[in-house]
Design a protein around this ligand. Structure first.
Ligand code: CAA
Length: 375
C-alpha cells in the first residue's frame, strides 16, 4: 500500500515540491486517511497498532519516492506520538493520541536550539513555575514540521536560570512539555532554506513568555531529557529506514540508466567499472537493510535498542550518502542536472548523516554502550 501510494500520489509531484520548497498539505491528509500517521498507536486511541517492522517497511517505501514526505511521517510517528504514548497521563493520551492518529494534529519535536545541537543538554529554554502552570521562554531550532504542527513536544529547563551565563548544567533539570500553537507567546520563526529535504519545513520556534497550563507537563519534572533520548532511539530507526529507501531508489535509477546509456558502442552496464559500482551499492544497501530490520525486530521483542538503533542510523545514513554519490557518478554529467533524479537523492541523503544525531554522535552512543559494565 505504501509503495502504490508513493508511486501514484507522491512521485508525480516530488520534484516540483523540491524545486519550490513546499509540499501540498493534501498529501499529509491522504497519509492520515490510510492510517500512516497512527501506525504504532494502539487501537483504543484509533491507531493501527502495528509493529515497528511494519512501520519501517512503510517508511522505507515512502522515502524511496520522497524523503521530505517520509520525514514528516517519521517524526510524527516516532517522536511526539511515542512520547505521549509512553510517558503521558491517561488524560493526555485521550486528549492527543486519537487526533494525532487521525492526522488532525501533526506532531513535532523541539529539542535542539541555536546553541545546543549535538550537546542537546546545553539547552537554554527556561520553564518557570507560574501559579499552577509554567512560563516558557526560549528559541528552538531545526524543528521538522514546526510550522504545521498541532502538537509539539518541547524540552525546557525547569532547574532555574543558573548561576553563570553559559554554564552547562546537563540533563537532569530538563522537563518535557506538550505545546500547542494557540498558546499565547508561541511563534513560528524562520523557515530554513535547505540543501535537501526541501519540501519538508524546518523552522525555528520562539516561546516568548509563553504560558503553559500545568496539565501540559509530560511525565515527571526533570525527566524530559531521558524521555527525549529514549524517543530518539525509536526516531533513529525511522531515520535509518528512510536512508535505506533513498539508497535503494538511487540503485534502481542507476541500474535502469546503466542499461539504457550507451558509450563506446555498448550499454555502460557492460563495463566492469559500472558493474562493480552497482555490486558494491547493492551489497551495502542489503547490509544496511539487514541491520535496520534486525534492530526493529529487537525492539518488537522488547529488548533495549539504544546501541542497535545508533548503529542502524550510522550505517544506513553513511550508506545512503555513499550510494547516492555513486549514482550521480554513474549518471555522469546528467547526474548533476536537476532534470534527472539522482542529484536530489544525494542532496537528501546528506541530511541523514546530520539530523536526529550526527554520525559522530551515533559513534559516541555506540562506544558508550560498548563500555557499559553489562556489555
Ligand atoms: N535512553 C534512555 N536514557 C538515556 C539515553 C537513552 N538512549 N541516553 C541518555 N540517557 C540518559 C542517561 O542515562 C542520563 O540519565 P541520568 O541523568 O538519569 O543518569 C541522561 O540521559 C543524560 O545522559 P548523558 O549523560 O549521556 O547525556 P549527555 O549530555 O552526555 O548527551 C548525547 C548524550 C548522546 C550526546 C545526547 O546529547 C545526544 O543524543 N545528542 C544528539 C542530539 C540529537 O540527536 N538531536 C537531534 C534532535 S531532533 C532533530 O534532529 C530535528 C527534528 O525535527 C526531528
Amino acid at each position: 500500500l505504501a509503495r502504490e501510494f508513493a508511486q501514484a500520489e507522491i512521485a508525480p509531484r516530488s520534484h516540483r515540491w523540491d524545486r519550490e520548497s513546499i509540499m501540498d498539505h493534501s498529501i499529509l491528509d491522504k497519509l492520515a486517511e490510510l492510517g500512516f500517521l497512527g501506525m504504532m498507536v494502539p487501537e483504543r486511541y484509533e491507531g493501527l497498532a502495528l509493529d515497528t517492522v511494519t512501520y519501517l517497511v512503510a517508511l522505507e517505501e515512502i522515502a524511496a519516492v520522497d524523503a521530505s514526505v517520509a520525514v514528516a511521517m517519521s517524526v510524527h510517528n516516532s517522536l511526539p506520538t511515542q512520547m505521549i504514548l509512553r510517558y503521558g497521563s491517561e488524560a493526555q493520551r485521550d486528549r492527543y493520541l486519537p487526533a494525532m492518529a487521525r492526522g488532525e494534529l501533526l506532531g513535532a519535536f523541539a529539542l535542539s536550539e541555536p546553541e545546543a545541537g549535538s550537546d542537546a543538554a546545553a539547552m537554554m529554554t527556561q520553564a518557570v513555575r507560574d501559579g499552577d502552570g509554567w512560563i516558557l521562554d526560549g528559541t528552538k531550532a531545526w524543528v521538522t514540521s514546526g510550522n504545521d504542527a498541532g502538537v509539539i513536544l518541547a524540552m525546557a529547563r525547569t532547574d532555574g536560570p543558573g548561576d553563570r551565563p553559559g554554564e552547562r548544567r546537563g540533563a537532569r533539570g530538563i522537563s518535557a512539555f506538550i505545546i500547542t500553537p494557540e498558546l499565547p507567546g508561541f511563534r513560528v520563526g524562520k523557515k530554513e532554506n535547505k540543501l535537501g529535504l526541501r519540501a519538508s519545513a524546518t523552522v525555528q520556534l520562539a516561546f516568548d513568555q509563553m504560558r503553559v497550563p500545568a496539565d501540559r507537563l509530560l511525565g515527571q519534572e526533570g525527566r524530559g531529557f531521558v524521555y527525549a533520548m529514549e524517543s530518539l532511539d525509536n526516531g533513529r530507526l525511522g531515520v535509518a529506514a528512510q536512508a535505506v529507501g533513498i539508497a535503494r531508489s538511487a540503485l534502481e535509477h542507476s541500474t535502469r540508466y546503466a542499461a539504457e546509456r550507451r558509450q563506446f558502442g555498448k550499454p555502460i552496464k557492460e563495463f566492469e567499472a559500472i558493474q562493480f559500482k552497482l555490486a558494491n551499492m547493492a551489497t551495502r544497501i542489503t547490509a544496511a537493510r539487514a541491520l535496520v530490520y534486525s534492530a526493529a525486530l529487537a525492539k518488537d521483542r522488547g529488548e533495549p535498542i539504544t546501541q542497535f538503533s545508533s548503529m542502524s542510523k550510522l550505517f544506513a545514513s553513511e550508506t545512503a550518502m555513499w550510494v547516492t554519490t555513486q549514482a550521480v557518478q554513474i549518471f555522469g554529467g546528467y547526474g548533476y542536472m536537476k532534470e534527472y533524479p539522482v542529484e536530489k537523492l544525494m542532496r537528501d541523503a546528506k541530511l541523514f548523516q546530520i539530523y536526529e544525531g550526527t554520525s559522530q554522535i551515533q559513534r559516541l552512543v555506540i562506544a558508550k554502550e560498548i563500555f557499559l559494565p553489562s556489555s
